[in-house]
Design a protein around this ligand. Structure first.
Ligand code: DSN
Length: 423
């Protein structure tokens, strides 16, 4: 393995060992967590650059400290590329992650006590969409919508409209972290308009699919705001971002909400890495990648269907699959996660809608194709991965079979090393 860290190696053996271990784990195993991906070396270089040394509170041209000629430049590049990528009029690239992007967005648009209508966590929503364990629920009111039918994934739009009329939310929030279908954006926007709410979508999971034009862009359907992370399907550094369709007043409020409202100095090295990632995502090759992510997920869906493993919503229309391994195979989500980890395939246990088991050991697993597609896997290899998953689960006590599967995974990884560049 190349020594990418000569200085850490010399100076700090313990940290070096952990980093080297993680490099090897990633190189020799298959990453199936649908919110993870591999970044290019160019993104990594930007993230490790001298920009980490710089404080830049404020925004380009309006900073609190001197010495900003290059930080301004890099943030403006990131903003312009983000706007182009998503057809936005405004972008704030400073949120440190997806959660602060959502918190900043709430504080820009809401007063304490105001209501948000968001997707129930157990039906695919995210913690920051109003789960009671978050501090957000001490400040704002969250009401929920769910799927009408977990076998098709259709959202109960009639119920959603009723709840919206009764509760008068200021934000109608679309978006999810464990939902394998596209939403009816027009319905979301029409419900938001009917009650005078902002239509907001958290696109964290599918940002790369939108940028790569493999799925529809919520802005084309009238959404006002999109929040996102930059490190999932978008294949950038860990980070967050907020975009708006129009250059409206609330865009200025979002800037103020992120800084000085919520955060201090932006992570300029991270913003440089976002800029590099957006540059990569603007290239024609990224569109091919995004479409392949979907094709690979379909290939995996087929194997699970053939083996009669129940998938929530019946399958997938995006990059992820939620499989009910407890209901179909008598294996809990936690057991499946551990078992597959041991044979070199990383995914996560996940609650499924109306789960009969608890959240720490739920009925489901969640997996997806963004990272294996980055490795260059096509439908053939994705089919093979799904077959290996099923074989490992069906032979859960057979060490011999598991040993062979671990070797098969290693061979696949060797044939498809993590690429250094995508352009
Ligand atoms: N942790 C992310 C995911 O895995 O979907 C959501 O924040």
């Amino acid at each position: 393995m190349k020594n990418l860290y000569p200085h850490i190696k010399k100076q700090d053996k313990k940290v070096f060992a952990a980093i080297e271990g993680e490099e090897k784990r990633q190189a020799e195993g298959l990453e199936l967590i649908p919110s993870e991906n591999y970044v290019s070396q160019a993104v990594r270089e930007a993230n490790a650059s001298a920009l980490t040394n710089k404080y830049s509170e404020g925004y380009p041209g309006k900073r609190y400290y001197g010495g900003q000629e290059f930080t301004d430049e890099v943030e403006m590049i990131a903003i312009e590329r983000a706007k182009k990528l998503f057809g936005a009029k405004y972008a704030n690239v400073q949120p440190h992650a997806g959660a602060p992007a959502n918190v900043g967005m709430y504080f820009a648009l809401l007063e304490p006590g105001d209501t948000v209508l968001g997707m129930d966590l157990s039906h695919g929503g995210h913690l920051t969409h109003g789960h009671p364990v978050t501090y957000l629920t001490k400040i704002f009111r969250f009401v929920r919508y769910k799927m009408k039918d977990v076998e098709t994934g259709e959202i109960d739009y009639d119920e959603m409209r009723k709840v919206a009329k009764k509760e008068r939310p200021k934000i109608v929030l679309a978006g999810y972290s464990a939902y394998p279908r596209e939403l009816d954006y027009d319905k979301f926007v029409s419900i938001a308009r009917e009650v005078g709410a902002y239509a907001v979508m958290d696109i964290a999971h599918i940002a790369g699919l939108i940028a790569g034009k493999a799925v529809r862009n919520p802005f084309d359907h009238g959404f006002d705001i999109m929040t996102t992370t930059t490190h999932k399907t978008l294949r950038g550094p860990r980070g967050g971002m907020i975009l708006t369709r129009e250059d409206a007043d609330f865009a200025k409020k979002i800037d103020k909400s992120i800084f000085p409202g919520l955060q201090g100095g932006p992570l300029m090295h991270n913003i440089a890495a976002k800029a590099v990632c957006f540059g990569e995502a603007l290239s024609p090759k990224f569109r091919v990648y995004a479409k392949q992510v979907l094709k690979n997920a379909k290939a995996m869906e087929k194997v699970f269907a053939t083996n009669n493993v129940r998938m929530l919503t019946g399958g997938t229309s995006n990059h992820l699959i939620l499989a009910d391994v407890w209901g179909s195979m008598g294996i809990s989500g936690k057991e499946a996660e551990t078992l597959l980890d041991e044979v070199g395939m990383t995914l996560n246990k996940n609650s499924i809608a109306d789960d009969v088991r608890g959240p720490m050991d739920p009925s489901g697993i969640r997996f997806g194709t963004p990272a294996i597609t980055t490795r260059g896997f096509k439908a053939k290899e994705s089919t093979k991965v799904a077959e290996l998953m099923i074989e490992a689960l069906k032979n859960k006590s057979n060490k011999k079979v598991h040993k062979r599967i671990r070797e098969d995974v290693r061979k696949l990884c060797k044939r498809f090393p993590i690429p250094e560049s995508f352009v």
